[in-house]
Design a protein around this ligand. Structure first.
Ligand SMILES: NC(=O)C1=CN([C@@H]2O[C@H](COP(=O)(O)OP(=O)(O)OC[C@H]3O[C@@H](n4cnc5c(N)ncnc54)[C@H](OP(=O)(O)O)[C@@H]3O)[C@@H](O)[C@H]2O)C=CC1
Ligand SMILES: O=C1O[C@H](COP(=O)(O)O)[C@@H](O)[C@H](O)[C@H]1O
Length: 581
């Protein structure tokens, strides 16, 4: 039997209730379908690609001409140069996606596979071209060979996969160039134009390079390779700075060349299925939203753990650490989505407005409310696991935390006094990311004596397991069947793999598609970023200036015991402790 959600914001005479439950992605498809007046949805996705903003209105194209940049703030140029690409005399549009840093780890591991998955699922427009750009000298064929190693037919419809892969690869090209070189980007522009073949050109640049190169690339791309008549957008990978000042400086530099609405700051956790589902869970189920406050929720836990170390990324990691790598972005973004007030609509700006309010209501983070750790070597079952400082790219005396736990508070009416505990670590015993919501005790619980002395065990807990084995489960109390009165704690479990047979798309697929469609909801706006850094920067400075030594924990363990003391201080018990959790 199909389970359907009904959401008033998604009602449409053309969609049955189950289709409506797939909002907003289907709504986007619907808006495309409506624009095409009845043409088939799939055809619309590919053949008649029309740009829509999240509220369904056509997006304005944003040409970035340097001569204009000198005279006008870039934001204003957007307003004075509206070129609708859905006008009556519209040309067929094309999208060129340039992956800058194509020879790198992220491009190979995530970006090209996500682009292929989108192509495979017919989500890319009919006319598109993909360019890899990096300094390494490669031919088009060599790029294709390189990326073909990482493409998999991991989507359910496996028929014709190798044909599709071949067709996809034929649309991938490579351009070798320096990141700050005018000539290289002018040459890229020429090659893009050839492939665009007179169609209305839209261009997306994905900056998959180390952050010190971001501004060079943006300067050259915007001056020499931006679309003259279509839109130009840039996806920027984290880290967006290392603290408030450097982040502000990065934003300032990027905004010399780009308007805010051209910058897509990616936080791939926002593209994860269960994170996307957070708002649906809250705002389309009457049973949750009324409980979503200090009145019923005792604490919220945001947990990230990996069962591997910094492997291969030690050089980057050592100057950032786990707080910047995971907490300041991924976990804080989840927290903001979790805690925000109901947005006016599902429009990107409405959602981001609410998230910013949460971030700006957060109490300063005190050193006393933070525990840091670093993994040390460990031998188990004959296997030796390295310590963090065994990594040759890491300083031997490094104090960089590979683990951190923190207690945060949102000083607003809804969340006053509720601890939001975060825990993030590398080289722990398991890989998982989850949100745990622990509810308060039942007042005057009639069954108190049946629970024994540990009443905490009898409180409800809602777990949103982001990965792996995506699930939403609720722990409830029930009677053990039989003549006696024994109570048990059981789980109502929505395990995605049982409920939905199809594979869940990777976060990068959703985010790339959103960037192509101009949907900004899952990207970080500059004021969100600023608020996020304001929360963590004083703490990071204090940790660094006081040279706080991280507590060592063995590779593969549950992390430093300090995390338990921190939780206990706030009357909390981490929910992920028992083996069945
Ligand atoms: N890898 C991951 O899992 C994740 C990465 N990120 C972020 O994504 C971006 C890309 O990551 P990743 O692919 O791992 O990075 P890489 O270190 O693999 O760098 C990508 C490419 O950039 C070029 N490059 C590397 N170092 C330099 C340098 N010092 N100067 C000039 N060019 C350089 C290289 O290409 P060439 O020499 O051919 O020019 C390299 O192939 C980074 O900002 C990273 O923080 C974010 C989340 C996860
Ligand atoms: O951004 C990052 O995320 C990865 C974890 O991402 P996941 O999707 O595999 O959970 C993390 O390993 C990396 O250190 C960090 O930079």
């Amino acid at each position: 039997m199909a389970l359907c959600f009904f959401s008033t914001g998604c009602s449409s005479p053309f969609l049955n209730p189950c289709e409506q439950s797939l909002c907003p992605r289907l709504m986007k498809v619907f808006s495309l379908a409506a624009a095409g007046k009845g043409r088939r949805r799939r055809r619309l996705k590919r053949g008649f690609f029309q740009m829509k903003s999240s509220n369904g209105s056509p997006l304005n194209a944003v040409p970035l001409q340097d001569s204009l940049a000198a005279e006008e703030p870039v934001e204003n140029q957007n307003k004075v140069l509206p070129i609708s690409i859905s006008g009556p005399e519209k040309k067929e549009a094309t999208v060129s996606i340039t992956v800058v840093g194509a020879s790198g780890d992220l491009a190979k591991k995530k970006i090209f596979p996500a682009l292929f998955a989108l192509y495979y699922e017919d989500f890319l427009p009919e006319h598109f071209t993909i360019f890899g750009y990096a300094r390494s000298k490669l031919t088009d064929e060599e790029l294709r060979d390189m990326i073909s190693m990482t493409l998999t037919c991991r989507i359910d419809q496996r028929e014709n996969c190798s044909d599709k892969m071949e067709r996809f690869l034929q649309r991938c090209f490579y351009h070798s160039g320096q990141y700050g070189s005018e000539e290289s980007f002018q040459e890229l522009d020429k090659r893009l134009k050839e492939k665009e073949a007179g169609r209305l050109p839209n261009r997306l640049f994905y900056l998959s390079v180390p952050p010190n190169i971001f501004v060079d690339v943006v300067r050259c791309a915007s001056r020499y390779a931006s679309s003259p008549t279509g839109w130009t957008r840039v996806i920027v990978e984290k880290p967006f700075g290392r603290d408030s000042e450097s982040s502000r400086e990065l934003t300032r530099c990027l905004k010399q060349y780009l308007a805010e609405d051209q910058i897509f700051r990616i936080d791939h956790y926002l593209g994860k299925e269960l994170v996307e589902n957070l708002s649906v869970l809250r705002f389309s189920n009457l049973v949750f939203e009324p409980l979503w406050s200090r009145q019923y929720i005792r604490n919220v836990q945001l947990i990230f753990s990996e069962d591997f170390g910094t492997e291969g990324r030690g050089g980057y990691f050592d100057s950032y650490g786990i707080i910047r790598d995971i907490m300041q972005n991924h976990l804080l973004q989840i927290l903001a989505l979790f805690a925000m007030e109901t947005p006016v609509s599902l429009d990107a700006e409405d959602i981001r407005n609410e998230k910013v309010k949460v971030l700006r209501s957060m109490r300063n983070l005190e050193l006393d409310d933070v525990v840091v750790g670093q993994y040390k070597g460990h031998t188990k079952g004959g296997t030796t696991y390295p310590s963090y400082t065994d990594d040759p790219t890491v300083k031997k005396n490094s104090l960089t935390p590979t683990f951190a736990a923190a207690a945060l508070f949102i000083d607003n009416a809804r969340w006053d006094g509720v601890p939001f505990l975060m825990k993030a670590g590398k080289a722990l015993h398991t890989r998982r990311a989850e949100i745990r919501v622990q509810f308060r005790h039942v007042p005057g619980n009639l069954y108190k004596c049946n629970f024994g002395s540990d009443l905490d065990k009898a409180t409800n807990e809602l777990v949103i397991r982001v990965q792996p084995d995506e699930a939403i489960y609720l722990k409830i109390n029930n009677k053990v069947p039989g003549l006696g009165m024994r109570l048990d704690c059981s789980t109502l479990n929505l395990l995605y793999s049982s409920r939905y047979p199809s594979e869940i798309p990777d976060a990068y697929e959703r985010l790339l598609l959103d960037a192509i469609e101009g949907e900004r909801r899952l990207f970080i706006r500059s004021d969100e970023l600023e608020a996020a850094w304001s929360l963590f920067t004083p703490l990071l400075k204090e940790l660094e200036s006081k040279k706080i030594a991280p507590e060592l924990y063995p590779f593969g363990s549950r992390g430093p015991v300090g995390a338990h003391y921190l939780a206990a201080k706030h009357n909390v018990r981490w929910g992920d402790l028992s083996s069945q959790d």
